[in-house]
Every structure is written in structure tokens, then in C-alpha cells.
Ligand binder design. Structure first.
Ligand code: AMP
Ligand code: TRP
Length: 408
């Protein structure tokens, strides 16, 4: 049963154009849900600085993200829209949550692994000639050393008898051996290019949500693991200090995971495989023209396989059912070519986003509307945030008030 008192929280990073994956995976749902619940939406700039970025450009990107969100239909009369760094309690609660977050849980986060792997790859690709070879050589020798060390651990592992008395020296040797190994893997490879902040990213996300005691989080499927961590942090905190934080639930968007124009990876701001919700009609046509379809379809007369074609799957969100059936049959029969299929999709996307582009133009002419909305959002968020921090301080024995109530 949903209670009217439940609160919604979600965030988006100001890292580039808001695209149709963001829209269908999250923002469309945000607009819908803010009609029914107390809803707080955040431009998460503190998250955006966990990877390489340009400080001079960040404020513009924050503004653009807010403007696009409002153009998509986020109405400051119906929801709270604000910028994460304007409410410093997010960072403060992150630190406090760090004290109850197991390191092991953070190492399991796939987004961290992906992002640190990308950072490693970027660092290697940036190098040239000898420097590049030497970096690759380092990876190879590190791998070799690790395999050797693993082999050397084998006798100790064999000697460990789970049924017998624990042998302290043996356990210490295994622990140190495995620890050294893990450190090599983590410090030596992708992680060496990643910051502690990137590692801690999910804890900041948990703080975002729990600072407002939100229970409903509309996000794409890719965020499920981060929400699991959020639940773990809340549970551990509550067990140790008292029942403060609620359980959070993900609210799925219209599309769980939109693929990029490459037809392979998730549509993403950083992969240059996206269609922005504010892209001009010409840009949309051009991007779609070179988008990936069924690779086996070379000539128009070749029968196509809509079930593996990303263009066809995008039609699902923009094209009427009748037209979709027509396209599907024509594709299978080899009577409708990819060109026409893409043209139809481009036309429908352009029409679907026209009102959003128009609203964006209005806000661009009145940027103060965006700034004012963010200021109102900051004021409201701050009020809730400082209440929660007060409560948490009290339980943790921190802050001025706690000192005033000092025990003898
Ligand atoms: P981000 O761009 O990572 O800040 O994501 C903002 C929101 O969009 C999050 O709720 C994501 O889960 C969602 N999202 C991002 N990319 C996609 C995608 N390709 N498909 C569906 N949802 C997405
Ligand atoms: N990590 C989310 C993403 O990349 C953005 C985010 C930050 C978020 N804090 C949040 C989403 C809190 C929901 C709730 O999409």
C-alpha cells in the first residue's frame, strides 16, 4: 500500500546532454510521479566531479541539466528541484555513512569497476610509443606476479582445516597473502586511475536519498545495485544507532535500458552514442542515419531481423502499434529498407520532443526562471537536510548540542 506521506528522490549527473535513455529510463517517470508524491529531484554535481571534468564548464552544465529537466516537464510548483552542492549536508552525511559502510560492498559495485576500467584504458591510450608499451608491460608483469603469488599460497590453503582448531599463524599468512594479492589487483590495475571519491560514489548516493528519508527512487535499471547498497547502509545505521532511515524501493521508468546508436552499449552521455532530448531535428536525422541496425541486412531486399535491431526497439517508444507492425512485416519481407525505417523513427522522435524543445527555448530566454527554481529548491531541501543531520548528530554523539548534554 502506498502512503501519501512517502517521498520520492532521484538525481541526474550534469555531465552532458540529457538523452532519450535518461528521459525514458527516468525523467518521464519523474514528471508523472511528482503529480502524486512529495518529489525531490537533484542535479548531482558532487557526483559529477568523481571523474575527470572541467571546473570552468561545470556551472553551465548544471544550468543546462536543470533547464532540460524543466523543459521535460519538471514543474517547480509541483516538485523540488535543486543542486546537490548547494546543500552541503549531502557531503556531511556521506562521511557519517562511511563509518557504517563495509569496504567489501563498495568493491562489488559494477559501476565503480566499469568507470575505473575506463579510466585505466584512457590513461593508457593517452600515452604513446614507448610510454604506452611500458604501461602495458607493467600490467603484464603485475599479472604474472599475481599468478605466481597465488600459486605460492596454495600449500597454506590446503593446510587450512575448516573443521579443526583455528591456527593463528596460518590464518595470518593466508590473510596477508590474499590481502597483498587483492591490493595488487586493486591498486595496480584500473583502481590506480580512480579516485577515492569514485569509490565512495554509492555512499554519497545513499546519503542523497536518506537525507530526505525518501522511500521511492525512480531510476533506470543500472542503478539497482546502488540502491541495494543504500538499503545496506540504512540497515546498518539503524541497527547500530536507532531506527532513523526507511527502506528504499526503485521505481522503474518506461524503459529499463535504452541502447545507444552503436546498438551495443547503454546509451550514455559520455559514449557519444546518444540522441539528446534537445537535439535539433537535423541532428536527430543525421545521428539516426548512421545508427547501427541488423548487420546481416546489406541490401534493401535482404530480409531483416527486427528482434535484434536497436532502431526497431526504439520504435516501441515513439511509433504507433499499427505502424510498427507494418514496419516489422516490411523489414522481414525485405520490402521496407533501414533508410525508411529510420526516417519514420526520426520523424516521430522529432515530433515527440518538439514541445520540450519549445519549452527549452522559453527558459533560455528567461534563464532567471531556472535560477529561481533552483534557489527555491535549495531552500526547501536545506530545511529537511538540516533536520536529518541534527537527528543523526544527536545519535552519534556529534555536534554542539551533544556537547551540551555531555554525561559525567
Ligand atoms: P545519469 O545519466 O547516469 O546521471 O542517469 C540519470 C538517470 O537516467 C538514471 O536514473 C539512470 O538510471 C537513467 N539512465 C541513464 N542511461 C540510461 C539508459 N541508457 N537507459 C535507461 N535509463 C538510463
Ligand atoms: N548515480 C545516479 C546515476 O548515475 C545519479 C544519482 C545520484 C542518483 N544520487 C542519486 C539517483 C540519488 C537516484 C537517487 O544515474
Amino acid at each position: 500500500m502506498t502512503q501519501p506521506t512517502e517521498r520520492v528522490f532521484s538525481g541526474i549527473q550534469p555531465t552532458g546532454d540529457i538523452h532519450i535513455g535518461n528521459y525514458l529510463g527516468a525523467i518521464k517517470k519523474w514528471v508523472e510521479i511528482s503529480e502524486r508524491y512529495d518529489s525531490i529531484f537533484c542535479i548531482v554535481d558532487d557526483h559529477a566531479i568523481t571523474v575527470d571534468y572541467n571546473p570552468a564548464k561545470l556551472p553551465r552544465m548544471v544550468f543546462e541539466a536543470a533547464l532540460t529537466g524543466m523543459a521535460c516537464g519538471l514543474d517547480p510548483q509541483k516538485c523540488t528541484l535543486f543542486v546537490q552542492s548547494h546543500v552541503p549536508e549531502h557531503v556531511e552525511l556521506t562521511w557519517l555513512f562511511n563509518t557504517v559502510t563495509p569496504l567489501g560492498s563498495l568493491f562489488r559495485m559494477t559501476q565503480f569497476k566499469e568507470k575505473s576500467r575506463n579510466a585505466l584504458y584512457k590513461a593508457i591510450a593517452k600515452k604513446e610509443g614507448e610510454a604506452q608499451s611500458s604501461a602495458l608491460y607493467q600490467i603484464k608483469s603485475l599479472g604474472d606476479a599475481t599468478v605466481k603469488q597465488l600459486t605460492a599460497l596454495q600449500p597454506d590453503l590446503t593446510a587450512l582445516e575448516p573443521e579443526g582448531q583455528p591456527d593463528e599463524a596460518l590464518i595470518a599468512r593466508i590473510n596477508d597473502g590474499l590481502g597483498g594479492l587483492m591490493q595488487k589487483l586493486q591498486v595496480g590495475l584500473g583502481v590506480s586511475e580512480a579516485s577515492a571519491a569514485l569509490f565512495d560514489y554509492p555512499v554519497l548516493q545513499a546519503a542523497d536519498i536518506l537525507l530526505y528519508k525518501a522511500t521511492l527512487v525512480p531510476v533506470g535499471e543500472d542503478q539497482e545495485q546502488h540502491l541495494e547498497l543504500c538499503r545496506e547502509v540504512a540497515e546498518r545505521f539503524n541497527r547500530k544507532f536507532g531506527d532513523v532511515f526507511p527502506q528504499v524501493h526503485r521505481i522503474p521508468g518506461e524503459a529499463p535500458r535504452i541502447l545507444g546508436l552503436d546498438g551495443k552499449q547503454k546509451m550514455s552521455k559520455s559514449l557519444d552514442n546518444h540522441i539528446g532530448v534537445l537535439d535539433e531535428p537535423k541532428v536527430i536525422q543525421k545521428k539516426l542515419a548512421s545508427a547501427f541496425t541488423d548487420p546481416q541486412r546489406i541490401r534493401r531486399s535482404d530480409p531483416g531481423r527486427p528482434e535484434i535491431c536497436n532502431i526497431f526497439s526504439l520504435h516501441r517508444y515513439f511509433t504507433t502499434e499499427g505502424k510498427r507492425e507494418e514496419l516489422e512485416q516490411g523489414c522481414r519481407a525485405g520490402t521496407i529498407g533501414c533508410f525508411d525505417c529510420k526516417k519514420e523513427l526520426a520523424g516521430n522522435i522529432i515530433t515527440a520532443f518538439e514541445p520540450i524543445r519549445n519549452r527549452a527555448d522559453t527558459f533560455r530566454q528567461n534563464p532567471q526562471l531556472v535560477i529561481d527554481a533552483l534557489e527555491a529548491g535549495r531552500a526547501r531541501s536545506s530545511e529537511i537536510a538540516s533536520q536529518t543531520i541534527g537527528e543523526v548528530h544527536q545519535l552519534l554523539g556529534l555536534g554542539r548540542r551533544a556537547l551540551g548534554q555531555m554525561q559525567k
